[in-house]
Design a protein around this ligand. Structure first.
Ligand code: FPP
Length: 235
């Protein structure tokens, strides 16, 4: 969700105005996913590193977060959206944690779309907590070191129960993943746009899906292995 600050600065407005506009764009994205029948959407709302921003901006973001939780969860529930949060939950104030947990409990049986909000999240931190969980299991005698393989790590990562992401979209013009879902993105298709997050619209998201649909995902195999010759454009 990159570009909120620049969107505001270009309008000579405080950065928090950009974050407010960014919170509105979240609904555009959710509407699009529901319309397209997309199974899971993970939004990088606040990184572990974002705590280092000026106190005023962090405070305003927390207020925005609480307001969004108060305002949107009922409607998301009505629309069949399951809400989840990943990240270091204990860094948030108790009242926010209580709202996060309540949203998850209320929506846990919904199946139309899983909406994951990454809040105080970092991909490296996610890998570190999986390593810690492995160490705990080894120390308790539940796991032998020689049994630690990719599956054992994957099972302890955030989002272990969801399919790996098919498509990663970054707004705001930068071409990097910035510590988002590092483990889970191994074979994800990456798509970058100059569009600033508050300006995200269905047309931009449709372009991303169209581009994704043209890509050949080989997962380390050859083109001929994943696409029969009769279906290949170059056949
Ligand atoms: C990135 O834009 C956006 C953010 C750091 C915060 C987005 C979060 C919300 C709008 C909702 C609040 C949610 C939580 C979990 C606190 P940027 O400021 O990095 O944009 P820039 O690159 O243009 O400066």
């Amino acid at each position: 969700m990159d570009g909120n600050g620049r969107w505001a600065e270009r309008r000579k407005r405080p950065r928090i105005i950009g974050h407010r506009a960014g919170a509105r764009a979240v609904n555009v994205c959710i509407d699009f996913c529901l319309e397209q029948g997309i199974e899971a959407l993970t939004l990088f709302a606040f990184s572990s590193e974002n705590w280092g921003r000026p106190d005023e901006e962090v405070g305003a973001l927390m207020k925005l977060f609480v307001n969004a939780l108060e305002r949107e969860v009922e409607e998301l529930h009505r629309r069949g959206v399951r809400v989840r949060f990943i990240g270091e939950r204990d860094r948030f104030q108790d009242a926010i944690v209580a709202r996060m947990t309540a949203a998850e409990t209320q929506t846990r049986a919904n199946t139309r779309l899983t909406l994951v909000i990454a809040a105080s999240y970092g991909g490296r931190q996610d890998i570190a907590q999986a390593a810690r969980a492995l160490a705990v299991d080894v120390a308790a005698g539940r796991l032998r070191p020689e049994d630690i393989d990719e599956g054992a790590v994957a099972a302890r990562m955030a989002l272990a129960d969801l399919p790996e992401p098919d498509l990663f979209i970054r707004t705001g013009g930068d071409h990097r993943v910035s510590n988002f879902l590092l483990w889970q993105l191994a074979y994800t298709e990456l798509w970058f746009t100059e569009t600033l997050w508050p300006e995200l619209d269905a047309a931009t998201l449709r372009r991303a899906l169209e581009d994704y649909a043209r890509r050949e995902r080989r997962f380390g195999l050859t083109g001929a292995q994943v696409t029969p010759p009769s279906n290949r454009n170059d056949a």
